[in-house]
Design a protein around this ligand. Structure first.
Ligand code: GLN
Length: 457
């Protein structure tokens, strides 16, 4: 850690955008008192949590790491925030992210980069770099993130943490600032599989305030993790290695740890089979079109009129259009603008069928590929990301397409709506940085992720 930060009493990680120490202490004291009186408490009572600054919290700012919402205070709690409060968990604060959750490095935050505790000149992953680093840097035992194309799993992978993207619609998105609504999903991040299972159970469940929320009972994730960790817990589990995501284009050290993990699974009694998802080669294209289209629509509300930033034109008449334009020019960063422009183009008359329409067809093909693969395997497996954490500033400055390609292993599950977990698989030989392994289960079978995750861990 650099001397300046140490002198200021800071870690230099910049995981948090806002600290909520006083309120957190108050909640912790309340739990202590109740415990002393022998009162019954929820499983995670008193366990502190960090919340991605895309999820609204009453009494604390919510910025989405954007100038557009700088200083904005939500008048209400998101459903997951409320559930965290009901669970009596002290909220430590709000964590850094790429602006409106768009990115893979947390470098697109309007409020500075977050650093990877394994190596301070490396990216922490993104968009949820702050949540992963809070956990990996031992600043919080648990964190909440959101995952639209990998934003929980890839930061977990590159920081040696565990991250879960649950089945689409299984955790409420009410009070989660929307990025791409057909893909967005809230999920847990922690240092162990069991910790993610506990948090997942605490925040899941049907919510009438979210129209895509599914009305199904919450799974027994903690039991599943116990079952997997027990002797013979993986016996007979059919693990499908995704052919297209376990070879070409992946760093050698990543593949070495991945293949070792497959050996461990085999030794634990799992049956390894090969599966093919032929359409995943089109996943990046489909994802970036669908996601950008939904982003352009979801971000249209930041117009300088209703809430958030308002910038008046420096000269000339003050009309709604000119205020809107000045506000959006000043309030959004480059990556947000890039995606708004791309999405607006993809949705425009004359191009809609060619771009958005084709992307939706690819999405259906990917869903069918998964369904077919799950006929022969209980869970699918691949590395979480093609590389370990790369240097800050290195790849994001030049070619955005190069960065987008790094999402190849994570975006297919968002397109298919199925659940996925990333957990540590050891350190790569080349750079001694963490490697993540990713398991995917059929929709609503999230419990399988905890079984296999805890079994391998
Ligand atoms: N890297 C992906 C993107 O930039 C992930 C986004 C996310 O999951 N929020 O779109």
């Amino acid at each position: 850690l650099d001397a300046e930060n140490r002198a200021a009493g800071k870690s230099g990680l910049n995981a948090f955008l806002h600290l909520n120490a006083e309120e957190a202490l108050e909640v912790a004291r309340g739990v202590d008192e109740d415990r002393a009186e022998g009162k019954e408490l929820p499983a995670l009572a008193g366990v502190p949590i960090a919340i991605k600054d895309l999820i609204v919290t009453k009494g604390q700012p919510t910025t989405a790491a954007s100038r557009m919402l700088e200083g904005w205070m939500s008048p209400y709690d998101g459903t997951v925030t409320q559930k965290v409060r009901e669970a009596r968990m002290p909220i430590l604060g709000k964590t850094n992210l790429d602006e409106f959750a768009m990115g893979s490095t947390t470098e697109h935050s309007a409020f500075g980069v977050t650093r990877n505790p394994w190596s301070l000149d490396r990216i922490p992953g993104g968009s949820g770099g702050g949540s992963a680093v809070a956990v990996a840097g031992y600043q919080a035992p648990l964190a909440l993130g959101t995952d639209t194309g990998g934003s929980i799993r890839q930061p977990a992978a590159v920081t040696g943490s565990v991250g879960v993207k649950p089945t689409y619609g299984s955790i409420s998105r009410y009070g989660v600032i929307a990025m791409a609504s057909s893909l967005d999903q809230v999920g847990p991040c922690a240092r162990t599989v069991m910790d993610t299972a506990l948090l997942h159970e605490a925040v899941a469940g049907h919510d009438p305030l979210d129209s895509t929320s599914q009305n199904r009972p919450v799974g027994n994730f903690v039991d599943a993790a116990r079952e997997g960790a027990a002797e013979g817990g993986l016996k007979g589990l059919r693990v499908g290695v995704i052919k297209e995501l376990s070879g070409e284009g992946f760093q050698e050290g990543v593949l070495n740890r991945f293949n070792e993990s497959l050996e461990l699974l085999k030794n634990a009694g799992a049956e390894i089979v090969e599966v093919s998802l032929p359409s995943v080669k089109e996943a990046i294209g489909a994802y970036y079109l669908i996601m950008s289209s939904e982003v352009s629509s979801n971000l249209a509300k930041y117009d300088g009129v209703r809430f958030g930033l308002r910038v008046l034109p420096e000269e000339g008449p003050i009309t709604i259009e000119r205020v809107m334009s000045a506000t959006r020019a000043a309030g959004f960063g480059d990556e947000a603008k890039r995606r708004i422009i791309l999405g607006t183009y993809a949705l425009s008359a004359g191009y809609y069928d060619a771009y958005y329409g084709s992307a939706q067809k690819v999405r259906t093909l990917i869903q069918r590929d998964y369904a077919k693969a799950f006929e022969v395997a209980d869970v699918l497996v691949s590395p979480t990301a093609p590389t370990t954490a790369f240097k800050l500033g290195a790849e994001s400055k030049g070619d955005p397409m190069a960065l987008y390609k790094g999402d190849i292993a994570t975006v297919p599950t968002n397109l298919a709506g199925v659940p996925s977990i990333s957990l540590p698989a050891g350190l790569a030989d080349e750079d001694s940085l963490p490697v993540g392994i990713q398991f995917t289960a059929p929709a609503h079978e999230d419990a399988r992720l905890y079984r296999v995750g805890a079994g391998l861990e």
